[in-house]
Design a protein around this ligand. Structure first.
Ligand code: ADQ
Length: 464
Protein backbone atom coordinates (compact mmCIF):
# COMPACT_ATOMS: atom_id res chain seq x y z
CA UNK A 1 0.00 0.00 0.00
CA UNK A 2 1.32 3.46 -0.85
CA UNK A 3 2.43 5.70 2.03
CA UNK A 4 0.10 8.35 3.36
CA UNK A 5 1.17 11.94 3.90
CA UNK A 6 -1.19 14.01 6.01
CA UNK A 7 -0.83 17.78 5.74
CA UNK A 8 -2.67 19.97 8.22
CA UNK A 9 -2.27 23.41 9.70
CA UNK A 10 -1.41 21.94 13.09
CA UNK A 11 0.34 18.67 13.86
CA UNK A 12 -0.16 16.82 17.10
CA UNK A 13 2.17 13.84 17.64
CA UNK A 14 0.50 11.12 19.72
CA UNK A 15 2.75 9.19 22.04
CA UNK A 16 2.00 5.74 23.38
CA UNK A 17 -0.53 5.73 26.17
CA UNK A 18 -1.65 9.31 25.58
CA UNK A 19 -5.42 9.10 25.68
CA UNK A 20 -6.24 12.78 25.78
CA UNK A 21 -6.13 13.39 22.04
CA UNK A 22 -9.39 14.16 20.25
CA UNK A 23 -11.07 11.60 18.02
CA UNK A 24 -9.96 13.19 14.76
CA UNK A 25 -6.26 13.12 15.70
CA UNK A 26 -6.57 9.48 16.73
CA UNK A 27 -8.40 8.58 13.50
CA UNK A 28 -5.70 10.15 11.34
CA UNK A 29 -2.98 8.44 13.33
CA UNK A 30 -4.64 5.09 12.77
CA UNK A 31 -4.60 5.73 9.02
CA UNK A 32 -0.93 6.73 9.15
CA UNK A 33 -0.08 3.68 11.21
CA UNK A 34 -1.77 1.36 8.70
CA UNK A 35 0.30 2.51 5.73
CA UNK A 36 3.20 4.30 7.40
CA UNK A 37 3.80 7.89 6.48
CA UNK A 38 4.37 11.49 7.35
CA UNK A 39 2.32 14.07 9.23
CA UNK A 40 3.41 17.49 8.09
CA UNK A 41 2.47 20.99 9.23
CA UNK A 42 2.93 23.89 11.64
CA UNK A 43 3.92 23.17 15.25
CA UNK A 44 2.00 26.15 16.61
CA UNK A 45 5.15 28.17 17.41
CA UNK A 46 6.16 31.59 16.09
CA UNK A 47 9.88 32.30 15.98
CA UNK A 48 12.44 34.70 14.55
CA UNK A 49 14.34 32.00 12.67
CA UNK A 50 11.81 29.33 11.66
CA UNK A 51 13.14 25.79 11.78
CA UNK A 52 11.89 22.39 10.72
CA UNK A 53 11.88 19.48 13.17
CA UNK A 54 11.55 15.80 12.49
CA UNK A 55 10.48 13.09 14.92
CA UNK A 56 9.73 9.47 14.14
CA UNK A 57 7.44 7.44 16.37
CA UNK A 58 6.86 3.89 15.07
CA UNK A 59 6.27 4.13 11.33
CA UNK A 60 5.06 7.75 11.45
CA UNK A 61 7.38 10.68 10.90
CA UNK A 62 6.18 14.04 12.21
CA UNK A 63 7.66 16.93 10.30
CA UNK A 64 6.79 20.24 11.90
CA UNK A 65 7.91 23.78 11.39
CA UNK A 66 7.43 27.07 13.12
CA UNK A 67 6.28 30.24 11.38
CA UNK A 68 7.85 33.67 11.25
CA UNK A 69 5.82 36.52 12.76
CA UNK A 70 4.81 38.00 9.35
CA UNK A 71 3.79 34.54 8.12
CA UNK A 72 1.73 33.94 11.23
CA UNK A 73 0.06 37.36 10.98
CA UNK A 74 -0.76 37.13 7.29
CA UNK A 75 -1.41 33.44 6.71
CA UNK A 76 -2.94 32.31 10.00
CA UNK A 77 -4.32 35.25 11.94
CA UNK A 78 -5.07 37.23 8.79
CA UNK A 79 -6.41 35.54 5.68
CA UNK A 80 -7.27 32.15 7.26
CA UNK A 81 -9.01 33.36 10.39
CA UNK A 82 -10.07 36.92 9.65
CA UNK A 83 -11.22 36.36 6.05
CA UNK A 84 -11.87 32.71 5.21
CA UNK A 85 -13.32 31.57 8.53
CA UNK A 86 -16.00 34.29 8.81
CA UNK A 87 -16.95 34.17 5.12
CA UNK A 88 -17.19 30.38 5.03
CA UNK A 89 -19.44 30.65 8.12
CA UNK A 90 -21.65 33.22 6.40
CA UNK A 91 -20.39 36.15 8.49
CA UNK A 92 -19.33 38.58 5.77
CA UNK A 93 -20.07 41.32 8.30
CA UNK A 94 -17.15 40.12 10.45
CA UNK A 95 -14.73 39.49 7.60
CA UNK A 96 -11.81 41.69 6.72
CA UNK A 97 -9.81 41.54 3.52
CA UNK A 98 -6.24 42.67 3.06
CA UNK A 99 -4.34 41.90 -0.13
CA UNK A 100 -1.06 41.58 1.70
CA UNK A 101 -2.53 38.89 3.92
CA UNK A 102 -3.75 36.95 0.92
CA UNK A 103 -0.25 37.13 -0.56
CA UNK A 104 1.11 35.85 2.76
CA UNK A 105 -1.42 33.01 2.69
CA UNK A 106 -0.25 31.96 -0.78
CA UNK A 107 3.39 32.42 0.18
CA UNK A 108 3.13 30.16 3.23
CA UNK A 109 1.33 27.48 1.21
CA UNK A 110 4.12 27.65 -1.39
CA UNK A 111 6.79 27.49 1.34
CA UNK A 112 5.13 24.42 2.89
CA UNK A 113 4.96 22.65 -0.48
CA UNK A 114 8.67 23.37 -1.03
CA UNK A 115 9.59 21.96 2.38
CA UNK A 116 7.56 18.84 1.80
CA UNK A 117 8.77 18.11 -1.72
CA UNK A 118 12.15 16.47 -0.86
CA UNK A 119 10.43 14.13 1.61
CA UNK A 120 8.00 12.70 -0.93
CA UNK A 121 8.18 9.37 -2.75
CA UNK A 122 6.55 9.11 -6.18
CA UNK A 123 3.69 6.87 -5.04
CA UNK A 124 2.85 8.68 -1.76
CA UNK A 125 -0.68 9.89 -1.51
CA UNK A 126 -1.34 13.24 0.17
CA UNK A 127 -4.32 14.15 2.31
CA UNK A 128 -4.55 17.88 2.99
CA UNK A 129 -6.87 19.27 5.68
CA UNK A 130 -8.88 22.42 5.88
CA UNK A 131 -9.19 26.02 4.82
CA UNK A 132 -5.69 27.13 5.73
CA UNK A 133 -4.33 25.00 2.92
CA UNK A 134 -6.62 25.51 -0.07
CA UNK A 135 -3.74 26.53 -2.42
CA UNK A 136 -1.46 23.73 -1.23
CA UNK A 137 -2.08 21.39 -4.20
CA UNK A 138 -1.63 24.21 -6.72
CA UNK A 139 1.70 25.03 -5.04
CA UNK A 140 2.71 21.35 -5.27
CA UNK A 141 1.79 21.13 -8.95
CA UNK A 142 3.87 24.21 -9.64
CA UNK A 143 6.85 22.34 -8.23
CA UNK A 144 6.10 19.36 -10.49
CA UNK A 145 4.67 17.16 -7.73
CA UNK A 146 2.36 14.75 -9.54
CA UNK A 147 1.21 12.63 -6.59
CA UNK A 148 -2.44 12.09 -5.87
CA UNK A 149 -3.66 14.84 -3.54
CA UNK A 150 -6.97 14.90 -1.69
CA UNK A 151 -8.43 17.73 0.35
CA UNK A 152 -11.03 17.66 3.11
CA UNK A 153 -12.86 20.82 4.11
CA UNK A 154 -13.89 20.61 7.78
CA UNK A 155 -15.95 23.81 7.66
CA UNK A 156 -18.98 24.70 5.50
CA UNK A 157 -18.56 25.70 1.86
CA UNK A 158 -20.60 28.88 1.32
CA UNK A 159 -23.03 29.68 -1.48
CA UNK A 160 -21.34 31.47 -4.42
CA UNK A 161 -23.10 34.76 -3.52
CA UNK A 162 -21.22 34.67 -0.22
CA UNK A 163 -17.90 33.31 -1.47
CA UNK A 164 -17.64 36.02 -4.10
CA UNK A 165 -17.42 38.59 -1.30
CA UNK A 166 -13.76 37.58 -1.02
CA UNK A 167 -12.04 39.79 -3.61
CA UNK A 168 -9.62 37.12 -4.94
CA UNK A 169 -12.33 34.42 -4.92
CA UNK A 170 -11.54 33.36 -8.46
CA UNK A 171 -7.86 32.88 -7.77
CA UNK A 172 -8.71 31.05 -4.55
CA UNK A 173 -11.23 28.80 -6.24
CA UNK A 174 -8.90 28.06 -9.13
CA UNK A 175 -6.44 26.58 -6.66
CA UNK A 176 -9.07 24.08 -5.45
CA UNK A 177 -9.05 22.55 -8.91
CA UNK A 178 -5.53 21.10 -8.57
CA UNK A 179 -6.70 18.57 -6.02
CA UNK A 180 -7.78 15.17 -7.32
CA UNK A 181 -10.53 14.70 -4.77
CA UNK A 182 -12.26 17.28 -2.56
CA UNK A 183 -14.30 16.08 0.39
CA UNK A 184 -17.14 17.98 2.08
CA UNK A 185 -19.08 17.39 5.28
CA UNK A 186 -22.54 17.64 3.72
CA UNK A 187 -24.38 17.54 0.43
CA UNK A 188 -25.24 21.22 0.88
CA UNK A 189 -21.55 22.08 0.87
CA UNK A 190 -20.87 19.96 -2.20
CA UNK A 191 -23.77 21.53 -4.08
CA UNK A 192 -22.55 25.03 -3.20
CA UNK A 193 -19.13 24.10 -4.56
CA UNK A 194 -20.63 22.75 -7.77
CA UNK A 195 -22.74 25.85 -8.04
CA UNK A 196 -19.62 27.99 -8.09
CA UNK A 197 -18.13 25.76 -10.80
CA UNK A 198 -21.09 26.15 -13.11
CA UNK A 199 -22.14 29.71 -12.32
CA UNK A 200 -18.87 31.48 -11.64
CA UNK A 201 -16.00 29.39 -13.00
CA UNK A 202 -17.57 28.44 -16.34
CA UNK A 203 -16.73 24.80 -15.57
CA UNK A 204 -18.67 21.58 -15.99
CA UNK A 205 -20.42 19.23 -13.60
CA UNK A 206 -20.86 15.80 -15.22
CA UNK A 207 -23.71 13.44 -14.37
CA UNK A 208 -21.22 10.94 -12.86
CA UNK A 209 -19.95 13.61 -10.43
CA UNK A 210 -16.73 14.41 -12.30
CA UNK A 211 -15.91 18.09 -12.35
CA UNK A 212 -13.82 20.25 -14.59
CA UNK A 213 -12.82 23.90 -14.42
CA UNK A 214 -9.84 26.03 -15.42
CA UNK A 215 -8.45 23.16 -17.52
CA UNK A 216 -8.38 20.67 -14.61
CA UNK A 217 -10.57 17.66 -13.92
CA UNK A 218 -11.22 16.42 -10.44
CA UNK A 219 -13.89 14.91 -8.17
CA UNK A 220 -15.85 16.02 -5.14
CA UNK A 221 -17.66 13.88 -2.61
CA UNK A 222 -19.51 14.00 0.70
CA UNK A 223 -17.72 12.38 3.66
CA UNK A 224 -19.43 13.34 6.92
CA UNK A 225 -16.92 13.12 9.74
CA UNK A 226 -17.95 10.87 12.61
CA UNK A 227 -16.92 9.65 16.05
CA UNK A 228 -16.34 6.16 17.48
CA UNK A 229 -19.69 5.85 19.30
CA UNK A 230 -19.08 2.58 21.13
CA UNK A 231 -15.67 3.68 22.34
CA UNK A 232 -17.16 6.91 23.70
CA UNK A 233 -19.94 4.94 25.35
CA UNK A 234 -17.38 2.71 27.08
CA UNK A 235 -15.37 5.75 28.21
CA UNK A 236 -18.53 7.32 29.59
CA UNK A 237 -19.47 4.15 31.45
CA UNK A 238 -16.06 3.77 33.03
CA UNK A 239 -15.58 7.44 33.95
CA UNK A 240 -14.53 7.66 37.59
CA UNK A 241 -13.01 11.14 37.63
CA UNK A 242 -14.24 14.40 39.10
CA UNK A 243 -18.01 14.75 39.23
CA UNK A 244 -19.47 18.24 39.04
CA UNK A 245 -21.14 19.63 42.10
CA UNK A 246 -23.02 21.86 39.72
CA UNK A 247 -26.57 20.56 39.54
CA UNK A 248 -26.75 19.68 43.25
CA UNK A 249 -28.91 21.53 45.73
CA UNK A 250 -27.60 22.33 49.22
CA UNK A 251 -29.45 19.22 50.44
CA UNK A 252 -27.76 17.08 47.79
CA UNK A 253 -30.84 16.73 45.53
CA UNK A 254 -29.98 16.57 41.84
CA UNK A 255 -31.14 19.32 39.58
CA UNK A 256 -31.42 18.72 35.87
CA UNK A 257 -28.43 19.94 33.88
CA UNK A 258 -27.95 21.25 30.37
CA UNK A 259 -24.50 21.14 28.82
CA UNK A 260 -22.78 22.94 25.96
CA UNK A 261 -19.14 22.54 24.94
CA UNK A 262 -17.58 24.73 22.26
CA UNK A 263 -14.51 26.66 21.34
CA UNK A 264 -15.27 30.31 22.06
CA UNK A 265 -16.19 31.27 18.51
CA UNK A 266 -18.91 33.53 17.09
CA UNK A 267 -19.99 30.73 14.72
CA UNK A 268 -21.08 28.60 17.68
CA UNK A 269 -24.06 30.79 18.61
CA UNK A 270 -23.14 31.19 22.28
CA UNK A 271 -24.71 34.60 22.81
CA UNK A 272 -27.97 33.53 21.16
CA UNK A 273 -27.91 30.38 23.33
CA UNK A 274 -27.51 32.31 26.59
CA UNK A 275 -30.34 34.62 25.56
CA UNK A 276 -32.56 31.64 24.73
CA UNK A 277 -31.80 30.13 28.14
CA UNK A 278 -32.80 33.37 29.81
CA UNK A 279 -36.02 33.42 27.77
CA UNK A 280 -36.65 29.79 28.78
CA UNK A 281 -36.39 30.64 32.48
CA UNK A 282 -38.70 33.62 32.02
CA UNK A 283 -41.27 31.79 29.96
CA UNK A 284 -41.27 28.54 31.93
CA UNK A 285 -40.66 29.72 35.52
CA UNK A 286 -41.46 26.23 36.88
CA UNK A 287 -37.95 25.20 35.77
CA UNK A 288 -36.26 27.86 37.91
CA UNK A 289 -34.25 26.31 40.75
CA UNK A 290 -34.66 22.92 39.06
CA UNK A 291 -32.20 23.29 36.23
CA UNK A 292 -28.61 24.48 35.72
CA UNK A 293 -26.78 25.16 32.51
CA UNK A 294 -23.03 24.44 32.15
CA UNK A 295 -21.27 26.12 29.26
CA UNK A 296 -17.64 25.14 28.67
CA UNK A 297 -15.98 27.47 26.19
CA UNK A 298 -12.22 27.96 26.26
CA UNK A 299 -10.87 31.00 24.46
CA UNK A 300 -9.63 30.40 20.95
CA UNK A 301 -7.82 32.65 18.43
CA UNK A 302 -7.66 35.30 21.12
CA UNK A 303 -5.42 37.58 19.05
CA UNK A 304 -8.10 38.02 16.38
CA UNK A 305 -10.22 41.11 17.17
CA UNK A 306 -13.61 39.54 16.48
CA UNK A 307 -12.81 36.83 19.04
CA UNK A 308 -11.98 39.39 21.71
CA UNK A 309 -15.31 41.05 21.00
CA UNK A 310 -17.37 37.87 21.27
CA UNK A 311 -15.67 37.00 24.55
CA UNK A 312 -16.59 40.35 26.05
CA UNK A 313 -20.13 40.10 24.79
CA UNK A 314 -20.52 36.64 26.26
CA UNK A 315 -19.23 37.72 29.64
CA UNK A 316 -21.76 40.55 29.64
CA UNK A 317 -24.70 38.29 28.76
CA UNK A 318 -23.64 35.58 31.27
CA UNK A 319 -23.31 38.21 34.02
CA UNK A 320 -26.70 39.63 33.07
CA UNK A 321 -28.48 36.25 33.19
CA UNK A 322 -26.97 35.30 36.55
CA UNK A 323 -27.32 38.78 38.04
CA UNK A 324 -30.99 38.87 37.13
CA UNK A 325 -32.05 35.34 37.95
CA UNK A 326 -29.67 33.79 40.53
CA UNK A 327 -30.78 33.16 44.06
CA UNK A 328 -28.88 32.48 47.29
CA UNK A 329 -29.07 28.75 46.65
CA UNK A 330 -29.18 28.66 42.86
CA UNK A 331 -26.94 29.80 40.01
CA UNK A 332 -28.69 29.20 36.71
CA UNK A 333 -25.69 29.52 34.39
CA UNK A 334 -22.14 28.25 34.87
CA UNK A 335 -19.86 29.65 32.22
CA UNK A 336 -16.41 28.07 32.34
CA UNK A 337 -14.00 29.94 30.10
CA UNK A 338 -11.49 27.07 30.19
CA UNK A 339 -10.93 23.73 28.57
CA UNK A 340 -11.47 20.38 30.22
CA UNK A 341 -9.78 17.15 29.24
CA UNK A 342 -11.60 14.78 26.98
CA UNK A 343 -12.37 12.16 29.62
CA UNK A 344 -14.00 14.70 31.93
CA UNK A 345 -16.07 16.06 29.04
CA UNK A 346 -17.35 12.61 28.17
CA UNK A 347 -18.19 12.05 31.86
CA UNK A 348 -20.07 15.37 31.92
CA UNK A 349 -22.01 14.53 28.77
CA UNK A 350 -23.18 11.33 30.42
CA UNK A 351 -24.64 13.13 33.42
CA UNK A 352 -26.32 16.00 31.55
CA UNK A 353 -30.03 15.71 30.78
CA UNK A 354 -29.80 17.94 27.74
CA UNK A 355 -26.98 18.56 25.26
CA UNK A 356 -27.39 22.00 23.74
CA UNK A 357 -25.55 22.35 20.43
CA UNK A 358 -26.78 25.43 18.61
CA UNK A 359 -24.18 26.88 16.23
CA UNK A 360 -25.21 29.55 13.76
CA UNK A 361 -23.20 27.62 11.19
CA UNK A 362 -20.93 24.60 11.61
CA UNK A 363 -19.25 22.19 9.20
CA UNK A 364 -20.28 19.16 11.27
CA UNK A 365 -19.97 19.65 15.06
CA UNK A 366 -18.54 16.60 16.75
CA UNK A 367 -19.75 17.64 20.19
CA UNK A 368 -23.31 16.79 19.10
CA UNK A 369 -22.20 13.28 18.16
CA UNK A 370 -20.07 12.83 21.28
CA UNK A 371 -22.96 13.89 23.53
CA UNK A 372 -25.28 11.26 22.05
CA UNK A 373 -22.65 8.51 22.15
CA UNK A 374 -21.94 9.17 25.85
CA UNK A 375 -25.57 8.68 26.95
CA UNK A 376 -26.85 5.91 29.16
CA UNK A 377 -29.05 3.77 26.86
CA UNK A 378 -31.42 3.01 29.74
CA UNK A 379 -32.00 6.70 30.52
CA UNK A 380 -30.62 8.86 27.73
CA UNK A 381 -30.53 12.63 27.62
CA UNK A 382 -31.91 14.74 24.79
CA UNK A 383 -29.89 16.49 22.11
CA UNK A 384 -31.12 19.95 21.08
CA UNK A 385 -29.40 20.65 17.79
CA UNK A 386 -29.19 23.61 15.41
CA UNK A 387 -30.39 23.03 11.88
CA UNK A 388 -27.24 24.85 10.74
CA UNK A 389 -24.83 22.21 12.08
CA UNK A 390 -23.73 19.64 9.49
CA UNK A 391 -24.59 17.00 12.11
CA UNK A 392 -28.30 17.83 11.76
CA UNK A 393 -28.36 15.91 8.43
CA UNK A 394 -27.62 12.62 10.19
CA UNK A 395 -29.05 13.35 13.64
CA UNK A 396 -32.55 14.20 12.53
CA UNK A 397 -33.91 12.47 15.65
CA UNK A 398 -32.53 15.31 17.78
CA UNK A 399 -34.81 18.23 18.65
CA UNK A 400 -33.87 20.44 15.73
CA UNK A 401 -33.95 24.18 16.39
CA UNK A 402 -33.24 27.43 14.61
CA UNK A 403 -30.70 29.32 16.75
CA UNK A 404 -32.08 32.67 15.56
CA UNK A 405 -35.47 31.79 17.08
CA UNK A 406 -35.07 32.66 20.75
CA UNK A 407 -38.53 31.55 21.87
CA UNK A 408 -38.37 28.43 19.67
CA UNK A 409 -35.16 27.41 21.45
CA UNK A 410 -36.74 28.11 24.85
CA UNK A 411 -39.68 25.88 23.93
CA UNK A 412 -37.34 23.12 22.75
CA UNK A 413 -35.56 23.21 26.13
CA UNK A 414 -38.86 22.86 27.94
CA UNK A 415 -39.82 19.96 25.68
CA UNK A 416 -36.44 18.26 26.14
CA UNK A 417 -36.68 18.46 29.93
CA UNK A 418 -40.21 17.01 29.92
CA UNK A 419 -39.64 14.33 27.33
CA UNK A 420 -40.89 10.90 28.42
CA UNK A 421 -38.36 8.08 28.75
CA UNK A 422 -39.79 6.07 25.84
CA UNK A 423 -39.41 8.95 23.42
CA UNK A 424 -35.91 9.71 24.66
CA UNK A 425 -34.90 6.09 24.11
CA UNK A 426 -36.38 6.00 20.63
CA UNK A 427 -34.58 9.14 19.58
CA UNK A 428 -31.34 7.94 21.15
CA UNK A 429 -31.48 4.55 19.35
CA UNK A 430 -32.17 6.27 16.08
CA UNK A 431 -29.19 8.59 16.52
CA UNK A 432 -26.83 5.82 17.68
CA UNK A 433 -27.70 3.91 14.55
CA UNK A 434 -26.75 6.92 12.44
CA UNK A 435 -23.48 7.35 14.39
CA UNK A 436 -22.53 3.70 13.91
CA UNK A 437 -23.39 3.80 10.20
CA UNK A 438 -21.01 6.71 9.55
CA UNK A 439 -18.30 6.56 12.20
CA UNK A 440 -14.82 8.05 12.15
CA UNK A 441 -13.27 4.99 10.52
CA UNK A 442 -15.85 5.04 7.73
CA UNK A 443 -15.12 8.72 7.09
CA UNK A 444 -11.39 8.12 6.84
CA UNK A 445 -11.53 4.83 4.95
CA UNK A 446 -14.04 5.92 2.30
CA UNK A 447 -12.15 9.14 1.64
CA UNK A 448 -8.82 7.32 1.28
CA UNK A 449 -10.38 4.53 -0.80
CA UNK A 450 -11.82 7.08 -3.21
CA UNK A 451 -8.56 9.02 -3.34
CA UNK A 452 -6.51 5.87 -3.93
CA UNK A 453 -8.81 4.78 -6.75
CA UNK A 454 -8.79 8.20 -8.41
CA UNK A 455 -7.30 8.01 -11.94
CA UNK A 456 -3.66 8.54 -12.55
CA UNK A 457 -0.91 10.61 -11.08
CA UNK A 458 -0.41 13.80 -12.94
CA UNK A 459 2.23 16.36 -13.52
CA UNK A 460 0.83 19.77 -14.25
CA UNK A 461 1.98 23.27 -13.81
CA UNK A 462 -0.39 25.46 -11.87
CA UNK A 463 -0.99 28.98 -13.17
CA UNK A 464 -1.31 31.81 -10.73
P1 ADQ B 1 -14.34 22.75 15.68
O1 ADQ B 1 -14.93 24.03 15.23
O2 ADQ B 1 -13.20 22.87 16.60
O3 ADQ B 1 -13.90 21.85 14.43
P2 ADQ B 1 -16.17 20.61 16.90
O4 ADQ B 1 -16.48 19.62 15.83
O5 ADQ B 1 -17.36 21.00 17.71
O6 ADQ B 1 -15.59 21.98 16.38
O7 ADQ B 1 -15.07 20.04 17.91
C1 ADQ B 1 -13.99 19.30 17.53
C2 ADQ B 1 -13.40 18.57 18.75
O8 ADQ B 1 -12.96 19.48 19.75
C3 ADQ B 1 -14.42 17.64 19.42
O9 ADQ B 1 -13.85 16.38 19.63
C4 ADQ B 1 -14.77 18.34 20.71
O10 ADQ B 1 -15.06 17.46 21.80
C5 ADQ B 1 -13.52 19.15 21.02
N1 ADQ B 1 -13.92 20.36 21.75
C6 ADQ B 1 -14.75 21.32 21.33
N2 ADQ B 1 -14.92 22.25 22.29
C7 ADQ B 1 -14.16 21.85 23.34
C8 ADQ B 1 -13.92 22.38 24.65
N3 ADQ B 1 -14.55 23.46 25.06
N4 ADQ B 1 -13.08 21.70 25.47
C9 ADQ B 1 -12.47 20.57 25.06
N5 ADQ B 1 -12.69 20.01 23.84
C10 ADQ B 1 -13.51 20.64 23.00
C11 ADQ B 1 -13.97 21.90 13.00
C12 ADQ B 1 -15.31 22.32 12.38
C13 ADQ B 1 -16.43 21.40 12.85
C14 ADQ B 1 -16.06 19.94 12.53
C15 ADQ B 1 -14.67 19.61 13.04
C16 ADQ B 1 -14.22 18.22 12.57
O11 ADQ B 1 -15.60 23.67 12.73
O12 ADQ B 1 -17.65 21.73 12.22
O13 ADQ B 1 -17.00 19.08 13.16
O14 ADQ B 1 -13.72 20.54 12.56
O15 ADQ B 1 -14.33 18.10 11.19
Amino acid sequence: MSRLVVVSNRVAPIRQGKATAGGLAVGLHDALRQSGGIWFGWNGEVSKRPETACETIGNITYVTLDLSKPDYDQYYRGFSNATLWPVFHYRIDLARYCRKEYEGYRRVNAMLAEKLKPLLRPDDILWVHDYHLIPFAAACRQLGIGNRIGFFLHIPFPAPEVLTAIPPHEDLFRSFCYYDLIGFQTETDRLAFQDYISREAGGRVEADGNLSAYGQSFCAGVYPIGVMPDEIRRQAESYRGRRPIIGLTTEGRRRKTLISVDRLDYSKGLVERFQAYERFLEHFPEHRHNVEFIQIAPTSRSDVKTYQAIRKQLETVAGHVNGRLSDLDWTPLHYLNKSLDRRTLIGLFRTANVGLVTPLRDGMNLVAKEYVAAQNPADPGVLVLSRFAGAARELSAALIVNPYDCLGMAEALDRALRMPLEERKERYEDMMQALRAADLNAWRDTFLRDLRSFGRHRVVTARR
